[in-house]
Structures are given as structure tokens and as C-alpha cells.
Design a binder for this molecule. Structure first.
Ligand SMILES: NC(=O)c1ccc[n+]([C@@H]2O[C@H](COP(=O)([O-])OP(=O)(O)OC[C@H]3O[C@@H](n4cnc5c(N)ncnc54)[C@H](OP(=O)(O)O)[C@@H]3O)[C@@H](O)[C@H]2O)c1
Length: 343
């Protein structure tokens, strides 16, 4: 790998984009800061006087082409991805460079696989989609838990968040998804996504210590359902989210996450437990860490390093579990960013 190759961060001035820029620098890459708002990019110049700013809006293909010129890859952190992933993927395909994103909008995730799998394969470009806390981590844990199983009867994913102070991007992505769902909820059963009405059931989930037994909303379907079902044969995927986090997310007076230390991370903690069941046998993977937004940065930057380093041989639109050796990938994030256990 050449020294300090440059990587475009689209949505660089967003909350998650900021963590990605810092992580890229920490690992010796040179971020190129991009996004649709030139003034917001300029405001970053005081923090990053040495970095190049390349404004581009998603409806301006020539500007996106200029933004990606000479870069080794692009990481898209600008959501709603229903609006941004198509144009930025198309620019990456024209530039013939890898594309990674942190998308967590179920319908947009499905569209991205459907629309860009063939064009990316034909262009010989690796697209790693939903390479984030939602969409990436659960998929890696499910893939690692499965081990040598090629199919399972059921996969359960339980998200144990002690709180969830959402960013504006999360709230807007949620609004976009809700509009598409017209008041319905997403579930995964009989091997496919479907929509149901009525309130999701609340159950008890026994998370590993220190969280322990918690009330959890079941059928809290997230992007991991889309990514896991892309490559693991499993008819039932059940998702659970701590009730406390759901209450935070839907509280209209809720504030955005704030830094609790010099790294910018909030004090939020997470534990994600994935259980794969086949017949009477269960395989389990558990991971814990801090701040789902900040954690997304080491996840996507590690993926970038592996893609640009040539470890992913198959072009196309891939999930984390498809693209990488899941156990090795999780191990690379531990101990600095993640604790995990596979049984
Ligand atoms: N999968 C996961 O676990 C995960 C983790 C973190 C983030 N995310 C997703 O990443 C996205 C960003 O989250 P965030 O926390 O960084 O939120 P944020 O701080 O509100 O940042 C949102 C970013 O998206 C940009 N943006 C919005 N609409 C755009 C458009 N049409 N064209 C170009 N840029 C646009 C914003 O630019 P302006 O300021 O110019 O509007 C801003 O840079 C959200 O969709 C969120 O759901 C997912």
C-alpha cells in the first residue's frame, strides 16, 4: 500500500463522518472531506487545515466525479442513504474505486443490493454496504457464530443499548423509512421481509453482564436482517432492542449524543448478542463496546483497509459477513474497540 493514500469521506461534517475522518487519520490515511454544503466543509478547515475539501451535491455527477478524482476509495457517511447511496455508488463505479457506506435503512439497503450488484460486478468494483454498527456488526457476529454451518433454522439478534441519543441523521433516516412503510413494521419470517401492523411485542431478554435481564422490544428489525439474509440461509431472523433505547429514540425531547471524553465518544454502551439455532443446537456470539456512532468508524475503516489492501477478491455489492473473514475481522477490533466472545 502506498503511504497515506487518500480516501473521500462523503458527509465528512456529519456526526459519524467526523469519527470516520479522525479514524482515517489515526490509521495513516489522508481523508478528503466532501459533502453537499461548501460552507460546512469550509468550517472544518480550521480543524483540518492540511486536508482538501471537495464539495459536491448528489445531484451533480460532474462534481462527484471531481470529488472522487485520485482517491483510493470513498466512504459515504451521508444519510438518508435512500438519497445518497445511488449517486455516490455510481460515481465510484465511474471512478473504478471501492465504495463503502454506513447505511441503515432497510428499504434503501434492499434497493442498493438489487440495483447495484450487477453494475458493481461488471465494473469490477467492491461495494461494501451497511458497514456500520447496524448492518455490519450483527452480520459479522452472525457469520462468526455460524462457523461451519451453512444454514440455520433461526437467528436472533439482541441489541442491548443502555441508551440511544439519536443524531439528526438517524432521526431523518427513520422518518424516510417510516414514510415508505406507511405505518407498518418490518419483520423477517419464512425467508423474507414482510410488513405487519400493530405494536411490536415487549419481552424479557437476558443480556450478558453487566446489562443482565432487560425489557426488550421484539421484531425491532434493523439493517442486519438485510445483510445476514443476503448470504446466510435462514428462514427466521428475530431482532430485539432494549426498551430503554426505544423509549429514548422516540422521546421528542431527546438530545443528540455528546462527547464524554477527548475522543469524542459518548458514554453510551452496547452489547449485541447473536444466537444461531439449528435443530436443538445453538451457537452464540456476543460483542460489547461504547458509542454506536463512534464504533462505526473503526468498523468501516478496517473494512476499507482490507478492501484497498486487496483482501476482497470478489467485486459486487457485499455485506461485511460476505466480504471478510468474520472472526478475524472482529479480532482486529479487539481489544481497543470491542470485546467479543464466540461460543
Ligand atoms: N448503520 C449504522 O449503524 C449507522 C451508524 C452511524 C450512522 N448511520 C447513518 O449515517 C447517516 C449519518 O448519520 P450521522 O449520525 O452522521 O448524522 P448527522 O450528523 O445528522 O449527519 C448527516 C450527514 O448527512 C448529510 N446529508 C443528509 N442528506 C443529504 C443529501 N441529500 N445529500 C448529501 N448529504 C446529505 C448531512 O449533510 P447536511 O448537513 O448538508 O444536511 C450530514 O453530513 C444516517 O443516515 C445514519 O442513520 C448509520
Amino acid at each position: 500500500m502506498q503511504s497515506n493514500p487518500s480516501v473521500v469521506v462523503y458527509g465528512a461534517y456529519g456526526h459519524t463522518g467526523g469519527f470516520v475522518v479522525s479514524e482515517l487519520q489515526r490509521r495513516g490515511w489522508t481523508p478528503i472531506l466532501s459533502g453537499r454544503d461548501a460552507a460546512k466543509l469550509d468550517a472544518l478547515a480550521t480543524e483540518y487545515p492540511e486536508l482538501e475539501m471537495r464539495p459536491a451535491s448528489v445531484d451533480d455527477a460532474p462534481a462527484l466525479d471531481r470529488a472522487l478524482q485520485g482517491a483510493a476509495a470513498v466512504i459515504n457517511c451521508a444519510g438518508p442513504f435512500a438519497s445518497t447511496s445511488g449517486p455516490v455508488i455510481e460515481a465510484a463505479l465511474r471512478a473504478r474505486i471501492p465504495y463503502l457506506d454506513v447505511a441503515a435503512e432497510i428499504e434503501a439497503n434492499i434497493d442498493t443490493f438489487a440495483l447495484y450488484a450487477d453494475p458493481a460486478r461488471e465494473a469490477g468494483v467492491v461495494v461494501v454496504h451497511a458497514m456500520a454498527f447496524y448492518g455490519g456488526l450483527g452480520d459479522l457476529l452472525a457469520t462468526a457464530a455460524m462457523g461451519d454451518w451453512t444454514s440455520a433454522d433461526e437467528i436472533s439478534i439482541a441489541y442491548g443499548l443502555d441508551s440511544w441519543l439519536p443524531t439528526t441523521g438517524t432521526l431523518v433516516a427513520g422518518q424516510v423509512s417510516r414514510q415508505r412503510r406507511d405505518g407498518r413494521r418490518v419483520v423477517f419470517g419464512d425467508g423474507k421481509i414482510s410488513y405487519v401492523t400493530g405494536a411490536a411485542p415487549v419481552v424479557e431478554w437476558n443480556f450478558p453482564a453487566p446489562l443482565g435481564r432487560q425489557q426488550a422490544v421484539s421484531e425491532f428489525t434493523m439493517a442486519d436482517t438485510v445483510t445476514i439474509s443476503r448470504h446466510i440461509q435462514v428462514p427466521e431472523i428475530r431482532s430485539y432492542m432494549t426498551l430503554a433505547a426505544v423509549k429514548d429514540l422516540t422521546d421528542p425531547s431527546q438530545k443528540a449524543p455528546t462527547a464524554s471524553d477527548a475522543s469524542g465518544r459518548s458514554s453510551q454502551t452496547f452489547v449485541v448478542e447473536v444466537i444461531a439455532r439449528r435443530g436443538g443446537e445453538e451457537r452464540r456470539a456476543v460483542a460489547s463496546g461504547r458509542d454506536i456512532y463512534a464504533f462505526t468508524a473503526p468498523l468501516v475503516v478496517e473494512a476499507l483497509a482490507r478492501v484497498v489492501g486487496g483482501q476482497v477478491k470478489t467485486p459486487g455489492v457485499l455485506t461485511a459477513g460476505e466480504a471478510f473473514d468474520a472472526r478475524d475481522f472482529l479480532a482486529s477490533l479487539s481489544p481497543g474497540h470491542l470485546s467479543f466472545d464466540i461460543r
